[in-house]
Design a protein around this ligand. Sequence first.
Ligand SMILES: [Fe+2]
Ligand SMILES: [Fe+2]
Length: 287
Amino acid sequence: MTRKTINKYILELADLVSDKELSQALKESLVSGQGSIDKIERCFSLLPECRWSKEKLAQFLNSWQATHLKMLAIYGLSCRLQRLAMNVSPELGSHRQLMLASAYNAETSYEDLGLDYGGQTHAQLFNDLAGTLMGDYPWSLEKYCIPEAQEFSRWIYQNMVVSDIKTGLLTNMLSEIYNHAEYNIALTAFSEYIDNYHSLTVSGREKALQYPYVHVADETEVDHFLVVVRALNTYCAATESSINYVEARQLFEEYLCRVGKVMGSLTAAMEKEKDAAATTREYTGAC
Ligand SMILES: [Fe+2]
Ligand SMILES: [Fe+2]
């Protein structure tokens, strides 16, 4: 069975956007971002190929998680929209629109915060996954976060909290459409890794895979993407401005390029370990 690619997931979701120019901008980014997408897919397909050392796995988990830490940035962006609204008379339509844009943007963090899930956060679910793979190994130490992932995390915060608000909303929107695709392939990769190297009970396996699974189930990231598109349109209406489609395309290209650098660097480190293990096997005759 051929697996669905990142491109396919993104194209399907881009087709749901009624703004055809925005939809087109998203699709065009994939063409120039293909090299980065290849790197990302290679990294996830490499994951189940070997039983990695704890150190390598810690690097993977910590760095990958850093590319998904944007809750503070979402909160910051919603605060900025609310602050703008508070500077406008409540009588005006733009006050309501800015408040709405803030609320739509905030909606992308409901599941992460565990609203409706008894307060169980996605951070906890990630810890469950890491705990299964790592035991007590201190994977969350900053030293396991590669520089490219740290840089990515800073870039997201800068875009959403410091740059202009439209760039912030575009960044949040792009991360949601990308995440929809990535969590789907990550779920497959982690499922295979666990099946290959861990003997778990059915409920243990389910618990370990809950983190990628919840992002895929019930189309969580699809809804997040569509609600940020709504936030962006509402913000544009409030400020009587329009979306810059060239900026949207370039930003998505940059997003893919930056994730590609993170995953490419992780792949290089993993390939190195895999090659070293193969050489040792040759010398010792072990398998
Ligand atoms: Fe999440
Ligand atoms: Fe999301």
